[in-house]
Design a protein around this ligand. Sequence first.
Ligand code: G1P
Length: 284
Amino acid sequence: MKAVIPAAGRGTRFLPATKAQPKEMLPLIDKPVIQFVVEEAVASGIDDILIITGRGKRAIEDHFDKSFELEEILERDGKTDTLKEMRDISDLADIHYIRQREPKGLGNAIYYAKKHVGDEPFVVLLGDDIISSDVPCTKQLMDYYEKYKAPIIAVNKVEKEMIESYGVVDGELVEDLVYKVKDLVEKPKPEDAPSNLGITGRYLLTPDIFDAIDKTEPGKGGEIQLTDALRILSQKRDMYAYDFEGVRYDLGNKADYIKATIEYALRREEFSSWMKDYLKTLMK
Ligand code: G1P
C-alpha cells in the first residue's frame, strides 16, 4: 500500500516559528515532526510515500535527501552513530513529492495523489499529527481494512469544547471500537456536532475518493474539505471509523506540542530521570 502525506498547509497557528520554515519541520526535541509521520508509515510496512508539498516547503525534501557534505564531515570526525542515523533517514522509503499549486484545502491536496496511487487503496497521514501507540495507528487501520475492505477513518473521542477543530463522524457501533459511518461534518459548532468522534489525521482510503473530491464544493473556510468528500462517498458505499488505540498529538496546536515534547523527553533514557526530578522541582 502507498502512503500520502499532505504537508502543504501554511502553519499560521505557529507563527512566527513557521514564517520561514515548514511547520512539519518543527522538531520534537531533535527530530522534525514529519519524520515521525514517515517512520509510522514505514513501521506499518509501507515503502512508497508521496508527500504533497507547496510553496516554502523545500526543507522537507532536503531533510529526506542524502547530504553528502554532512556525511563527509561526520565521517571525518568519526561520528559514526550520527552518520548512520543520517544515512537511515535518506534510506527510509521511496519518497516522492508533488506540489499543491494553490492552497485550496485538504481535499484538493489529496487529489494531487490521484495519478500516483492509481487504482489501489492508500493511506493518508496528516503531516502535523503524531500518534504514540504500541502498534502504529496506520497499521491498525490496515488490519481493519483487511476485514472490512472499505475506507476507514481513525477517530478518537474529543472534549465538547474542542470539537470545532475536527471533522466529526456520526456512526453506529458495529464492533468494539469500530463504527459504521452514517454521516460526517467538518468542524461543527459543539451544539451541532452529531457525536464526540473527532477525525484524527489518519485515513485508509479507496480510489473512489478522487471522484468524490471532484464533486466536492468549497466548504469550511472556502476550501475543498476531505471530510465533505468523504460525506459524499459515504452516501454511496460502506465506510467505517475506528477509535484507534494510542495517544494523538496535533502538533499544529501549541498545548499538544508542549505535551508531546514532555512525553517524548520522558521516554528518552538520557533525559527521563533528571527530567522527572526537574518537573517535580518546578511544580513545587
Ligand atoms: C484536518 C481535517 C479535520 C481533521 C483534522 C485532524 O483539519 O480537515 O477533519 O479532524 O485535520 O487533525 P486541520 O487540522 O488541518 O484544520
